[in-house]
Design a protein around this ligand. Structure first.
Ligand code: HXC
Length: 259
């Protein structure tokens, strides 16, 4: 997979793929091409049977400082409507495999929204999160006003969206936006550790479970429980369920095959 603005390593670790955002001079500002590349890479990794978990990262200074302001600055509303950049994000949302964001430095605007498209977040001590769009005359557009309050509650979400101020990794952890904070030099090791602890499970169960948790943000409780139950029953059609339960009974490690 050859891209201009991202580096993709489908075999970064066993069953774990890596996507690294790679526009360092612009703090990984998310221009349209970069986001299209992320979408294409995710689609391809989602279809790759060897991949069970995907990590998205940036560099030490920035995960991503938001959508590319220079690319948007002269656009009018009709231009934006025609460009329809959010259809790319809709595709990213459809990724079935678990995604871990490994965040160091700035995760702002669309960068923070990309983090919230991921399922778990490992952050370095230097990570900063923010939705600063208000400072440039707009507002979040890739889900920030919806996912942020669900993650951190109304009070902090309002504060971040209305002031545009950033929060530290520490505050993000307290608020429930991220899973853990690690020293910057351990960011990838710790992210891979979390990814491995997912990847050793049945890949089909991982996807069914991810789908069910995400639906909890959209469905009523009754609909959500219904979907959970269907996915739970469906997993009994897999060889992995037989293997997982047999391995427990036989006191050995399961060997999941994704079937
Ligand atoms: C385009 C950007 C950029 C961005 C940084 N750069 N952020 N270019 N779009 N979002 C560029 C700068 O212009 C500069 O290039 C280089 O990256 C380094 O940035 P500096 O500003 O010189 O660095 P620093 O002084 O350390 O400040 C870091 C920063 C600041 C606080 C992160 O860059 C900043 O405020 N960036 C914008 C953050 C933002 O508003 N994000 C939301 C965007 S709107 P040059 O060539 O000048 O050296 C958005 C909407 C989402 O995300 C909608 C859905 C997609």
């Amino acid at each position: 997979m050859n891209f201009e603005y991202i580096i993709v390593k489908p075999t970064y670790a066993e069953h774990i793929a890596l996507i690294q955002l790679n526009r360092p001079k612009e703090l990984n500002a998310l221009n349209l091409q970069l986001m299209g590349e992320v979408r294409d890479a995710l689609k391809s990794l989602d279809e790759d049977d060897n991949v069970r978990v995907i990590i998205i990262t940036g560099n030490e200074r920035a995960f991503a400082a938001g959508a590319d302001i220079k690319q948007m600055s002269d656009k009018n509303a009709i231009d934006m409507l025609k460009i329809d950049q959010f259809s790319t994000w809709d595709q990213i949302k459809k990724t079935k495999k678990p995604i871990i964001a490994a965040v160091s430095g700035f995760a702002l605007g669309g960068g923070c929204e990309l983090v919230m498209h991921c399922d778990c977040v490992v952050a370095s001590e230097t990570a900063q999160f923010g939705q600063p769009e208000i400072k440039i005359g707009v507002m979040p557009g890739a889900g920030g006003t919806q996912r942020l309050p669900r993650a951190v509650g109304k009070a902090l979400a309002m504060e971040m969206v209305l002031t545009g101020e950033f929060i530290s990794a520490e505050r993000a952890l307290q608020a429930g936006l991220i899973n853990k904070i690690v020293p910057v030099e351990l960011l990838m090791d710790e992210s891979v550790k979390m990814a491995k602890s997912m990847a050793r499970n049945s890949p089909i169960a991982l996807q069914m479970a991810k789908e069910a948790v995400l639906k909890s943000f959209e469905n009523s409780l009754t609909e959500g429980l219904y979907l959970e139950r269907k996915n739970f029953y469906m997993l009994f059609a897999t060889e992995d369920q037989k293997e997982g339960m047999a391995a427990f009974v036989e006191k050995r490690k399961p060997e999941f095959k994704g079937r």
